[in-house]
Design a protein around this ligand. Structure first.
Ligand code: CAO
Length: 430
């Protein structure tokens, strides 16, 4: 026959008026003997209070933040006669001691069954990084293979809650791609958690939404694609002379003709000659999907972070048209007027830092594309020609490619051909 029982705070030693920092049950919950009900925290340690009975919670008498002592009623439980006592015959369990404020390996207290757990909480020396969490949450984290010290707590005083552990696991799964077609299950050491303020003044600034989104993509691409970067220099002396002439003609129409418009055109000519660069792996990673269109992504630096809008059908457009579209799309990106569709469908990307400087860099492939071209600042260099040195304007190129699909020799052929096209602007018209 069902009966209503009072569940009270057990013997917690000399502690009085101890704060409840977590309530783990609510009215209507069905609980078993030894399920944890609340977590108490003294200035030294945290401890869980388990249920001495099984049954259904009828009414909660406490809430987070309340102060309780031995004998304070926690809740009323409707319990069946058969389940009135704990396995060892006790009518009320001692509190389970938490490993105080440390992320040390599980303590003896945590490993012992409840009936053997010490009654009095004791301070454990503080070693390692602090992580506040109740024994139940620590146990839950351990079962999932999560190191509690790596979980950011959202509870009171930064306590790690069950939700925090679940969010941590979900985000770890999402980052590793486990369960997805591109899953790689990478296991890496956790980043060290450093208190930077210990070494000097610091300021914390949240990352922008764009940085968070692009950061996650860059990270996935960097760890899951075997990148190799091939470098070359293109002689753009003639191209530059032509660009300047053309630029003057279009100033009035407010079209700025930069080297990038020429790069777009030259890249498409190279992609037409080397179709495996204008392709993606399918979801099984066993087939190459060769694209018959030529949409090129262009990395644009915006105050909020990197965006890669896509210019469509570059093969069907001339240099002036491309320069115009480039100006428009980069202005839209900087004004935050780029939509998700503007960034989809790219076959290959170009990242130009030529307007800023630098000699070379290793761009990260914008998956599922297979290659990306980095462009650095052109400089005049002495080049050896016909037994003499002549001043030529040399443009540094960095081609990162997916080595699962593209061989080094193919990449070298691609970049050499691209350099030839840029060196002889007549080829752009072919
Ligand atoms: N060598 C020498 N000069 C160059 C050059 C190069 N490779 N590329 C551009 N320039 C010159 C331009 O001609 C222009 O000169 P003037 O002002 O005298 O006419 C100046 O540098 C500035 O060019 P720009 O940067 O405004 O224009 P762009 O077409 O070259 O680039 C855009 C447009 C949107 C790509 C660029 O503004 C940008 O955002 N670049 C950053 C991309 C980025 O962050 N990439 C890193 C991603 S991490 O992989």
């Amino acid at each position: 026959m069902a009966e209503i029982k009072q569940v009270a705070v057990p013997d917690i030693g000399d502690y009085k008026d101890v704060s409840i920092i977590e309530v783990m049950v609510k009215a209507g919950d069905k609980i078993n003997v030894e399920d944890n009900l609340i977590t108490l925290e003294t200035d030294k340690a945290a401890m869980d209070v388990p249920s001495p009975y099984s049954g259904t919670v009828k009414e909660l008498k406490v809430k987070t933040g309340d102060k309780v002592s031995q004998g304070s009623v926690i809740l009323l439980l409707e319990s069946s006669a058969a389940s009135n006592q704990t396995k060892n015959g006790q009518t009320n369990q001692p509190a389970h001691q938490a490993t105080a404020d440390v992320s040390a390996p599980p303590t003896i207290a945590e490993n012992l069954p409840a009936k053997q757990a010490p009654i009095l909480p004791k301070a454990t020396p503080s070693i390692g990084i602090k992580a506040h969490a109740s024994p139940a949450i620590r146990r839950f984290a351990r079962e999932l293979g999560v190191q509690i010290a790596n979980v950011k707590g959202s509870g009171e005083k930064g306590r790690v809650t069950k939700d925090d552990v679940q969010v941590f696991v979900k985000s770890a799964l999402a980052q590793s791609g486990v369960g997805t077609a591109g899953g790689n299950g990478l296991q890496v050491l956790a980043m060290p958690v450093v208190d930077f303020a210990k070494f000097g003044t610091v300021e914390t600034k949240p990352l922008s939404r764009i940085k968070k989104l692009s950061g996650a993509n860059l990270h996935r691409n960097w760890v899951s694609i075997p990148h190799v970067t091939q470098f070359d220099e293109a002689d753009i002396t003639e191209m530059e002379a032509f660009r300047k002439e053309l630029g003057k003609e279009y100033v009035k129409q407010n079209i700025k003709i930069t080297p990038l418009a020429f790069m777009l055109k030259a890249v498409v000519i190279a992609l037409q000659k080397f179709p495996e660069f204008n392709a993606s792996l399918d979801a099984s990673s066993e087939n190459l999907v060769l694209k018959k269109y030529f949409h090129i992504g262009v990395a644009v630096d915006t105050p909020d972070g990197l965006m890669v809008p896509v210019l469509r059908d570059v093969d069907k457009k001339g240099i002036v048209q491309l320069a115009k579209e480039l100006g428009e799309i980069s202005a839209r990106a900087r004004d935050k007027k780029i939509s998700a569709t503007d960034m989809q469908g790219g076959c290959f990307s170009i990242s130009s830092l030529g307007g800023i400087g630098g000699t070379a860099f290793t761009p990260i492939i914008n998956a599922p594309e297979l290659a990306i071209l980095g462009v650095s600042r052109a400089i005049i260099k002495p080049m050896h020609q016909d037994d003499t040195f002549v001043a030529r304007l040399m443009l540094p190129l960095s081609l990162s490619y997916d080595h699962r699909v593209i061989d080094g020799a193919a990449a070298a052929r691609f970049i050499v051909f691209l350099s030839q096209v840029l060196a002889d602007t007549r080829r752009l018209a072919l």
